[in-house]
Design a protein around this ligand. Structure first.
Ligand code: PEP
Ligand code: MG
Length: 291
């Protein structure tokens, strides 16, 4: 229903399908058939001209699963989280990928992995997709599926250029990227106001990701909360972000804002902002730009 609502409101695709909602609040993991039914329904709502970015299971840290025993960790946000959970549970990972791949002929399918920190993790995940495609005789060319990663961990942004050689796209998860760049828990009541994606350190990290991707002709999206913030949109575009994935109700506002912006103005704004030292300065500059 959300996909249909998005289309009605003018969305050009789904930029982040958080697949963990299918796994949440139940006794057992959904099997391949059950998952496929949901993914296919979303793909059908979008149709062949729109793109669908499905994120593989992103649990651990703040998102536990009742049926997936996870060891007690001292630092769950730095432990088995995101893609690491999938790599630890290969049968579940493969079932999910097979279910996702059933949508490949219905829409412009993109698969992305959450919380990628190292090239080795990325390669292992990508190899799993390639192996399934080979088994199903879906060699490249027969199905069009793009494989990308989320940039949520500073290490991935720092060597973005290396990731871009081997991937089709990036999507920046600014919620987690902010918490990992600033070492501030995204849900911490006392830190919430300081864990600001508009901190220049976070913006520089986003800039690195865009630079790395564009060196190899790959596109970069933002799928974290910042993409839905009208104040942040001009600087994101100026830094080189190519795609914004926003909450459904924000689609019309953000789309109309983007249409009113000049790329050159946004680029100049971003260069000025990259020289700043605090989120307060950045916010003041963005407020003046918006006025
Ligand atoms: C993010 O971290 O910005 C993101 C989009 O993922 P989630 O909020 O689901 O962790
Ligand atoms: Mg995240």
């Amino acid at each position: 229903q959300e996909a249909r609502d998005g289309v009605t409101l003018g969305a050009e695709g789904v930029g982040l399908l958080r697949s963990e909602f299918l796994f949440d609040e139940r006794e057992t993991a959904p099997d391949e058939e059950e998952q496929a039914a949901e993914y296919v329904a979303v793909a059908q709502a979008l149709g062949p001209e729109r793109s669908l970015v499905i994120r593989t299971l992103d649990v651990g840290g703040d998102k536990p699963l009742a049926y997936l025993p996870m060891p007690k960790e001292d630092n769950p946000f730095l432990g088995l989280r995101g893609l690491r959970v999938s790599l630890e549970n290969p049968a579940m990972f493969r079932a999910q990928l097979r279910a996702i791949l059933r949508t490949a002929r219905l829409t412009r399918l993109h698969i992305m992995f959450p919380m990628v920190a190292t090239l080795d993790e990325w390669r292992k995940a990508k190899a799993t997709v390639d192996a399934i495609l080979a088994e199903e005789h879906l060699a490249a060319g027969q199905v069009d599926v793009k494989i990308g990663l989320m940039i949520e961990v500073p290490s991935a942004a720092l060597i973005a250029e290396r990731f871009a050689r081997e991937s089709d796209f990036f999507s920046i998860g600014t919620n987690d990227l902010t918490q990992y760049v600033l070492a501030m828990d995204r849900g911490h009541p006392k830190l919430a106001s300081k864990a600001d994606g508009l901190n220049p350190a976070v913006l520089r990290t986003i800039s690195l990701a865009c630079e790395g991707a564009h060196k190899h002709g790959k596109w970069v999206g933002v799928c974290g909360g910042m993409a839905s913030d009208p104040l942040a949109v001009p600087v994101l575009i100026g830094l080189g972000v190519d795609e914004l994935s926003v909450s459904v109700p924000a689609v019309p506002t953000i789309k109309s804002l983007v249409r009113r912006l000049s790329l050159k103005d946004c680029q100049e704004l971003a260069q000025e902002i990259l020289q700043m030292g605090t989120a307060t300065e950045v916010r003041a500059c963005l407020q003046a730009f918006a006025a």
